[in-house]
Structures are given as structure tokens and as C-alpha cells.
Design a protein around this ligand. Structure first.
Ligand code: PLP
Length: 433
């Protein structure tokens, strides 16, 4: 019975019935061998937290009333149901703002980072058409940014795509050189979703400010994982996604600076004029409450979690890099604490993932790109050849992973790599020259 409960079951039961879960916890602690066993019997182990995260049970608990008992429309001004929903949205707005050092009035709720990216890029492009038509971004951005830029190019905009260096960072001199009199926006992601590299936002902002250009950052992977402060970082627009930080899917936010400078946007969804006219549509109150709660938890727990996840990630990474023909992708130092991306030369990542699919859930890169047979454009941008890019796995460790699970993952990956390599003719051919 204990085996069937699993780790997330324990988290749940500790909320629902603390006494019950304490008893179970004691039983588990009593038998350490059983404990280790239990933690790895909840298979497959989820190590794909850059793709999405499980909703934290505390977030679910906060959201639940807003599906039925507190179901009001936050825009209904004439009755208590509406006021209750409005109050919950106000509280969430404060929670989101606090996490990124913003004012509540600077938060626009959206359906996620994809919509926030679209709104920031297209909204600035349309609003500042009188000033210029040039945007600067980089070639390892998420598709939500790159495809919005392609759309803008079709509308007559001009976009410069900066290359990144082998470590996944842009060259600041190249950024400054790309600025033209018509440049209205620099769009550089805070942290990359495939390799976890963190961009030097303060330095990027200093360049943007010097040339009086707005700075937008897609921070879907960064917010809640590392400290992000829009004022200290000098960011004018910032995209957030709830499901990357233990909140629900389908909800996010766009930070829009109101002072120094005041940023204005052309709405991309017209309707009832919600969110100060920047994003019409009845507010997703349960989702917004979930996003707020997720932000509150991240603010409190981030510091401790960073240390714990960093040490689990390093343990996994160091063990895997001990194998022959492995290669770490991206910068080792400047990275999200929970992410590592490793190439296993002469092996196809698909074959590897199939080899341990019952035991581990990892990915070869961005979930939105997993349907395409092409190698990752992010890894190619770092200079990897097709073969190496095709042999890479991204591991994203999360809040509910345990050290036992990481040990188990090391064992499974090592075993699978060795087994596949033994039978791999490519590797033999390579070894024999
Ligand atoms: N931007 C980045 C960097 C991401 O990693 C993702 C999700 O994978 C997105 C944007 C899209 O976010 P959402 O799923 O909230 O639309």
C-alpha cells in the first residue's frame, strides 16, 4: 500500500490529513531500505521540468474554490460574486508583481508566455511604428518569439537575429552594433529553455537604455527559479508562464513598465477592454489565483530550492559526464540551477529515451519542437554538428524529485548508454577509424 502512494501522494496526504501522513512518514523512516525503494517505484521519474512542472498541491488547494463556490466573473461589479473574484485577482496581481519587483498595476494577465511574447513583440511593433520598425533578438529564443518576429517581418518590420557564442550567450558588442536609429525593441530571453543559460540582462539593459530602446525579456524559464527584478535588471516588458513554476497551464502574465519609461502597447485581442485594454477576455480567475500562489511559494522557497536542485543537478551531470564521449552543452557557470543538457556521442537521443522510457521522462529539447525530426536549432546555434545535436538530452530536475530518484536516473542512463553503445555499429566504425 505504501508503495502505491508515491512521493506526490505523500505531499497530497500531508495537506488533506496531516496526522495520517505523519504516520506513513514514520513508517517510511523506520525502514530506510523501503524508503529508497518507494521513491523509485513511482515510475517513470519526471525529469523534464523545463517542459512543464506539476501543479504544487498548495497551488491546487488555493485554486479549487474558484471553480465552483467562488465562481464569479472578476469584471462583475454589481454583486458579491464578482467582488470576491476581483479581490482574488487583485491578490494574485500583487503576488506576481512582488516576485519580480514590479507594481501590481504593471501586470497584465494572459494565457501564458506564448501570448505574452506575442503581445510584447507585436504590441510594441504596432504602437511604436512612428518611431521605427527594427527589432533585435537572438537565434536561440523560443519559437513564440521567433515566429512573432517572422510575422512582424511579413508586416514590413526588420529583425536582426544575433548569433550566440558556444556558451549560449550573446556578444554584447554585437548587440550594440546591431542597434540602428529605427530600433524600437531588443528582445532577449532571460534563460534558455534547452540549455538553461542565463543571459546578462543588466548589461543588455545598459545598452538598451543608452540607445533609448525598449527591452523585452521572455522569462518563462527564469521567473520563480532565479531572482528576477525588473527594476534592478532594467527590463521594460517581461513574459511569465505559470506552468513552468508549479502553477497551472494556460495562464501567464506580461509585465509592462509604467514609469521611466511608460511602455504602451497595441492590444492583440480586442473585446471588453479587460486588463486596461491591453488584453480583453474574461479573466481566468482560478488560473490567475494559481499563478499568484505559485509566485508566492517561489518567492519563499527559491533560495533553498536553488541550493538543493543545484546539488542534485551537479550530481547527475558529474556522473553522466564521466562516461566516454559525453559533452555538456552551453555554459557551465551561467545556468539555471535545475537544468543540464548533455550530448551522448554516436547515440540517437530518441533511441536513448526509448531505452529508459519506462523508468525516466526526459526530453531531447523543447516540447514544442519534439514533433520535428530536425536537430535542435538551439544546439546548432552553439556550433554542434547535426550528429551531436541529435544525440542530446535535456534533464530538468524539479521541486518533488529526491536524491534517490537522481541516483536511480544516473543508474538508468548509464546502463542504457552502455547497452546501446555496445551494439552501436557507428561507434565501432568511429573507434576503428
Ligand atoms: N518561452 C519559453 C522560454 C518557454 O520555455 C516556453 C515554454 O516552453 C514558452 C515561452 C511558452 O510558454 P507557454 O507554454 O506558457 O505558452
Amino acid at each position: 500500500m505504501i508503495r502505491g502512494i508515491g512521493w506526490s501522494g505523500l505531499v497530497w496526504s500531508s495537506l488533506v490529513a496531516p496526522g495520517f501522513s505523519r504516520t506513513i512518514w514514520l513508517i517510511l523512516c523506520f525502514n530506510r531500505a523501503c524508503l529508497a525503494d518507494c521513491m523509485v517505484t513511482n515510475l517513470p521519474i519526471y525529469l523534464d521540468h523545463n517542459s512543464t512542472t506539476p501543479c504544487d498541491p498548495r497551488v491546487v488547494e488555493a485554486m479549487l474554490p474558484f471553480f465552483n463556490s467562488a465562481f464569479g466573473n472578476a469584471a462583475s461589479r454589481s454583486h458579491a460574486f464578482g467582488w470576491q473574484a476581483e479581490e482574488a485577482v487583485k491578490c494574485a496581481r500583487e503576488q506576481v508583481a512582488k516576485l519580480i519587483g514590479a507594481e501590481p498595476g504593471e501586470i497584465v494577465f494572459t494565457s501564458g508566455a506564448t501570448e505574452s511574447d506575442n503581445l510584447a513583440l507585436k504590441g510594441v511593433f504596432e504602437m511604436y511604428a512612428g518611431k521605427g520598425n527594427h527589432i533585435i533578438t537572438c537565434n536561440i529564443e523560443h519559437k513564440a518569439v521567433l515566429d512573432s518576429c517572422k510575422h512582424i517581418e511579413k508586416l514590413g518590420g526588420e529583425v536582426s537575429y544575433l548569433n550566440v557564442k558556444e556558451n549560449g550567450l550573446i556578444d554584447l558588442a554585437e548587440l550594440e552594433a546591431a542597434i540602428r536609429p529605427q530600433t524600437i525593441l531588443i528582445s532577449i530571453m532571460y534563460a534558455n529553455n534547452e540549455i538553461g543559460t542565463i543571459m546578462p540582462m543588466k548589461e543588455i539593459s545598459a545598452i538598451a537604455r543608452k540607445h533609448d530602446v525598449l527591452l523585452f525579456s521572455d522569462a518563462a524559464q527564469a521567473v520563480g527559479k532565479i531572482p528576477v527584478d525588473v527594476n534592478a535588471d532594467g527590463i521594460d516588458l517581461l513574459a511569465i508562464s505559470a506552468h513552468k513554476m508549479y502553477g497551472p497551464k494556460g495562464v501567464g502574465a506580461l509585465y509592462v513598465r509604467r514609469k521611466n519609461p511608460r511602455v504602451r502597447l497595441t492590444a492583440q485581442i480586442d473585446g471588453g477592454g479587460h486588463e486596461k485594454g491591453m488584453r480583453s477576455g474574461t479573466l481566468n480567475v482560478p488560473g490567475i489565483v494559481g499563478l499568484g500562489k505559485a509566485c508566492e511559494l517561489c518567492l519563499v522557497e527559491m533560495e533553498e530550492e536553488t541550493v538543493r536542485l543545484g546539488s542534485l543537478r551537479d550530481k547527475l551531470e558529474n556522473a553522466l559526464l564521466q562516461m566516454d564521449d559525453t559533452h555538456l552543452n552551453g555554459s557551465k557557470g551561467n545556468r539555471l540551477p535545475h537544468t543540464t543538457n548533455i550530448s551522448f556521442k554516436h547515440l540517437e537521443s530518441e533511441a536513448l529515451m526509448m531505452g529508459f522510457s519506462k523508468e525516466l521522462a526526459v526530453s531531447s529539447g523543447s516540447a514544442c519542437m519534439s514533433a520535428t525530426p530536425e536537430p535542435s536549432y538551439v544546439l546548432k546555434a552553439l556550433g554542434l554538428d547535426d550528429e551531436l545535436a541529435h544525440s542530446s538530452l535535456r534533464f530538468g530536475i524539479g521541486r518533488f524529485n529526491t536524491e534517490e530518484e537522481i541516483d536511480y536516473a544516473i543508474e538508468q542512463v548509464t546502463k542504457t548508454v552502455s547497452r546501446l553503445r555496445e551494439t552501436n555499429p557507428l561507434r565501432e566504425m568511429h573507434k576503428n577509424g
